[in-house]
Design a binder for this molecule. Structure first.
Ligand SMILES: Cc1ncc(COP(=O)(O)O)c(C=O)c1O
Length: 463
């Protein structure tokens, strides 16, 4: 009989039995995890590494879930949260703590263009929900009541709530249990992925042109007066870091302006340095009307996020009771999260973390490109900064994927784990997104482990 009751925190076996009986682990199931020896149970951490309860150290190659920008073990962020909680743990209705106000002002300074007013949330899905509500309310307030549709791109991920789950389409997160698609809002177009251009583009530039054209076609087909917003990540993660070819983003900006469609950047992953620039907007050279952010704003030290709007959008919600943005969450602007955000940003600035992300990204790209020469199952290397990925294929010519039953992803996950790299490989993309503080030696270590793991898996597959 497994033990019952609350396990003591040092008993690995009892903790894993309790997890098996009592815990939902996101996008995993208990029986599957139990077969693999149970979920990871981290108990100690520093820099890019954590120690599992069994005593083995792993490097975190995916930044937890793309959030651990400044790495583990940052005393000063923990201290900032502690200090805030012991003074005012959460402000009262119609007020804002100094930390919350200071973070909003800091974000206005860091973000490009006139992005200047933030609605704070507890994470990425809430940020996208807030951005979408803000876009629709903006149109309504200006007398454009019919604009409620949101255009997004297949292959993107924008969240797990009832509202956001229908945007994009993550290959590893099928929505088969949640049908039917709500009739109200979502329109999908293709992702500017030059390796598999949906519209037949033969090079990145042609793919970019055709994908931007697809946005205009969708707006015209739906009727511009029914479209509220276009939401997209400057570089999209689910397919391993899709970087659009030249011209895509300026053209998207032009199209949105031409038809009065609000451009929302989902910077939940790309914000705060992951692309080697402060924001994806800086990376692509285009400023959105609203930017959603989360994850890297606190590097995971507090669940936090937000939607920052340009002055033009924000001003519509200011001036009298009828102007209020009618939207809230109980914990909007939680001061402990704001304190974590301020301390996190201070580290990003002081330690030149953004520059490190850029340099380590170049180093990683070189190593992955070299690996492609050697490993026939690598179909494509893509990404920028410290969001990169390999697309795994059975046949480079036809670009056919392996049958999921072959379990190329679980084989790779196991091979990497054996080598001390923590990374769950979803479907056919091997993603890399280590903390932005990773050193040059640690990049070499990670690349060597990936190289050896690919060799082991290819051998097992008889490739
Ligand atoms: C680009 C993007 N947007 C939104 C989300 C949803 O964020 P959260 O899981 O914090 O709700 C994610 C989560 O991975 C994401 O990657």
């Amino acid at each position: 009989m497994p033990p019952t009751g609350t396990p003591i925190p040092t008993d690995a076996r009892a903790l894993r039995d309790a997890a098996n009986q009592h815990l939902f682990v996101g996008m995993n199931n208990a029986a599957q995890l139990a077969e693999e020896g149970g979920p990871g149970v981290p108990i100690e951490a520093k820099g890019i590494r954590f120690k599992d309860i069994d005593g083995k150290w792993y490097s975190d190659a995916i930044s937890g879930m793309y959030f651990r920008n400044v790495g583990f073990g940052r005393e000063e962020i923990a201290r900032a949260v502690y200090d805030q909680l012991r003074t005012v743990n959460m402000h009262v209705y119609a007020s804002a703590a100094p930390a919350t106000i200071r973070l909003a002002a800091k974000l206005a300074e860091l973000t490009p263009g006139s992005l200047s007013r933030t609605f704070f949330t507890q994470g990425g899905s809430e940020s996208n929900e807030s951005s979408i509500k803000m876009a629709q309310a903006y149109h309504v307030r200006r007398g454009d009541k019919g604009r409620h549709k949101v255009i997004s791109r297949r292959g993107s991920y924008h969240g797990g709530t009832i509202g956001t789950q229908w945007l994009g389409g993550h290959p590893g997160f099928p929505r088969t249990d949640y049908q039917p698609v709500p009739a109200h809002s979502t329109v999908h177009i293709g992702q500017p992925n030059p390796y598999r251009c949906e519209y037949g583009g033969r090079d990145p530039e042609e793919c970019a042109t055709l994908c931007a054209k697809a946005l205009e076609t969708a707006i015209l087909f739906e009727g511009a007066d029914s479209v509220s917003a276009f939401i997209a990540e400057p570089v999209s993660q689910p397919l391993g870091g899709v970087v659009a070819g030249p011209g895509y983003w300026p053209r998207v900006r032009e199209i949105c302006d031409k038809y009065g469609v609000v451009l929302i950047f989902d910077e939940v992953i790309t914000g705060f340095g992951r692309l080697g620039t402060w924001f994806g907007a800086n990376f692509v050279g285009v400023t959105p009307d609203i930017m959603s952010f989360a994850k890297g704003v606190t590097s995971g030290y507090f669940p936090y996020g937000g939607s920052i709007a340009t002055k033009e959008i924000a001003d519509v919600f200011s001036g009298g009771p009828d102007k209020t943005f009618k939207h809230m969450f109980t914990y909007t602007g939680h001061p402990a999260g704001a304190a974590a955000g301020l301390a996190n940003i201070e580290i990003l600035e002081r330690e030149n973390v953004i520059e490190n992300s850029r340099a380590r990204g170049v180093q990683l790209k070189d190593r992955l490109t070299e690996m492609k020469e050697k490993h026939p199952i690598i179909g494509d290397v893509r990404g920028a900064g410290l969001i990169q990925g390999l697309e795994l294929v059975k046949d480079r010519k036809t670009k056919e994927h392996f049958d999921p039953k072959v379990g190329v992803n679980s084989r790779l996950t196991a091979a990497l784990k054996k080598r001390g790299v923590w990374l769950r490989v979803p479907a056919y993309i091997l993603p890399f997104a280590p903390p932005l503080v990773i050193t040059a030696d640690e990049i070499e270590e990670l690349a060597n482990a990936a190289d050896e793991s690919l060799t082991e898996v290819e051998k097992g597959l008889g490739v």
